[in-house]
Design a protein around this ligand. Structure first.
Ligand SMILES: Cc1cc2nc3c(=O)[nH]c(=O)nc-3n(C[C@H](O)[C@H](O)[C@H](O)COP(=O)(O)OP(=O)(O)OC[C@H]3O[C@@H](n4cnc5c(N)ncnc54)[C@H](O)[C@@H]3O)c2cc1C
Length: 490
């Protein structure tokens, strides 16, 4: 037995580091336990683009988070607004009205102030001009409620939080895996860890769990998400294997939320089994609203234009996983080439191009070529040419009469060169997890808080179901990480 800390935080990502920073505002000895070695530390947070969804009523609110916005940058941007009501509506709609109302309200109402708090600690943010805005007549118009990103993306965010933590005398112990919780009748008293092959007990007044979901554990994926999920690729860290969720359940924490649900996207078909920090999130392929999908049978299988990307991308990975062979091709023509996101321009893509649709389908590996050509021709014939194309709004330019229609942005595939990109399902994070209350206390199966135990981030259940509004994961980790740290130190 060694050590005694005021607050021990398990995990080394955004939620954990925010918890450690807020705990350090009122307590002296804060210890962060990170399972990964230092060079791979930072969890999924490090793999992100660093996008944070925050509610704001205009540029004055955004300046609380981005005080460095220049007059020229403001003049060339139309930030619009993204009100708390819109954020709440988005959460309710995409989760099919299942998200926990109290936690969701807390998430939304604290979104701006929490990111401003991070800024006050020294984390820098910028506007997501490159990702979330279209240039219309020389002005960048933001859309989809996603305006703020950390400078340097996920790696910048984690580096910055880590440096700030160290400056605040928070100790981060790398290569240290939490394996169980120390408890007695009065609550949680510490954590048992494995470090360099040795088991140690670390005592603490309070423990904050922020160690991610179970997406990097194929056995748990198959068990909870269902058959076939062991075959998905993992977009992020290999260290989020659900052990910390399990160790809380073992001492009587309640499980809650969408245990068979997860965030999963279209991901490069030949990507490695886990995320690659050198490529980050660039294996994703999110421009499908401008094209069409085909599966191995040469058929379309989803409405590519059902909504803005932000509101469909997180659920379409599951749809791809359900296709024969767990893959699909995204097909575009030259008209939309300039609109394709940066991730289409990396060299690690499985891509074919051709001067005609006939030639293109002949190059699509593992696809029924005759059916594919028929499908593309039928799609072209079904496009409502009378409705103008407008990428900035849900334009209603749809197809008519197909088994699966495309609801918006339906352009005919008629301008060579044609391009196709092969994708599979990349899982981001799991939705089921631990039950917490509004103080981020972990709730037991008896329905009462477990004394001394707090949780935040990906391993908390009850917030996301079925789907997820882009950029909410980091905000969720920051808001509840901050609350968990304050409660644990209180
Ligand atoms: C490619 C990609 C892009 C994304 N882009 C965005 C985006 O732009 N915006 C957004 O909001 N969300 C994004 N997300 C989702 C986002 O990453 C997560 O919602 C968020 O980072 C979760 O933060 P967290 O702190 O809860 O978990 P993590 O950041 O995953 O941290 C978990 C930590 O726990 C550690 N750990 C695990 N087990 C143990 C153990 N037994 N003992 C000790 N430590 C342990 C891990 O090593 C890790 O450091 C993206 C995810 C991926 C994979």
């Amino acid at each position: 037995m060694t050590d005694s800390d005021d607050v021990v935080v398990v995990g080394g990502g955004n939620a954990a580091l925010c918890a450690a920073l807020s705990a350090s505002e009122s307590k002296k000895k804060i210890l962060v336990l990170e399972r990964a070695p230092e060079e791979e530390a930072g969890g999924n947070s490090r793999f992100t683009a660093g996008l944070f969804r925050v509610a704001y009523n205009g540029v004055e609110d955004l300046k609380k988070v981005m005080p460095d916005l220049s007059a020229e940058e403001i003049a060339r941007s139309d930030f619009g607004t993204y009100t708390e009501e819109q954020f709440l509506d988005d959460m309710a709609r995409v989760t099919e009205y299942r998200c926990d109302p109290d936690l969701t309200e807390q998430l939304v109402k604290n979104s701006l102030s929490t990111v401003a708090w991070m800024r006050s600690k020294g984390v820098r943010f910028t506007a997501a001009w490159g990702r979330q805005a279209f240039n219309i007549g020389g002005k960048f118009k933001f859309w989809g409620g996603l305006t703020v990103e950390a400078v340097g993306g996920g790696p910048g965010l984690v580096d910055s939080l880590t440096q700030i933590a160290k400056k605040n005398d928070i100790e981060i112990r790398y290569g240290t895996r939490a394996v169980s919780l120390v408890t007695d009748d009065s609550g949680v008293k510490g954590v048992v860890v494995r470090q360099q092959g040795k088991t140690k007990t670390i005592h603490a007044r309070a423990v904050v769990l922020a160690a991610g979901g179970f997406q990097a554990n194929p056995e748990m994926r198959a068990r909870y998400l269902g058959p076939g999920w062991e075959l998905a690729k993992v977009r992020g860290t290999r260290f989020n294997t659900g052990d910390v969720i399990r160790m809380a359940l073992d001492i009587g924490a309640a499980a809650t939320g969408n245990w068979s649900g997860c965030h999963a996207v279209a991901w490069e078909r030949n990507a490695p089994e886990f995320g690659d920090l050198a490529v980050g999130d660039q294996f994703q392929k999110h421009s499908y609203p401008w094209g069409v999908y085909l599966n191995a049978e040469g058929r379309r299988f989803v409405d590519e234009g059902a909504d803005f990307r932000n509101y469909t991308y997180a659920k379409y990975g599951r749809v791809i996983l359900a296709q024969p062979g767990q893959f699909a091709w995204q097909i575009f023509d030259a008209k939309v080439k300039a609109q394709l996101r940066d991730e289409y321009r990396i060299k690690q893509v499985t891509k074919v191009s051709a001067g005609s649709l006939e030639e293109l389908v002949a190059k699509l590996d593992d696809v029924d070529k005759d059916q594919a050509l028929k499908e593309l021709r039928a799609y072209n014939a079904a496009v409502r040419q009378d409705i103008p194309f407008n990428p900035n709004i849900k334009d209603g330019r749809c197809t008519a009469g197909l088994v699966i229609n495309k609801s918006n942005w339906a352009n005919t595939l008629d301008t060579p060169p044609f391009e196709a990109y092969a994708v599979t399902c990349g899982i981001t994070f799991t939705f089921g997890g631990l039950k917490i209350n509004s103080r981020a206390e972990v709730i037991s199966t008896d329905g009462v808080p477990i004394s001394g135990l707090y949780a935040a981030g990906e391993l908390v259940g009850g917030i996301f179901y079925f789907n997820y509004p882009g950029g909410t994961g980091l905000t969720n980790g920051a808001v509840f990480g901050r609350i968990a740290g304050t409660s644990a130190a209180g």
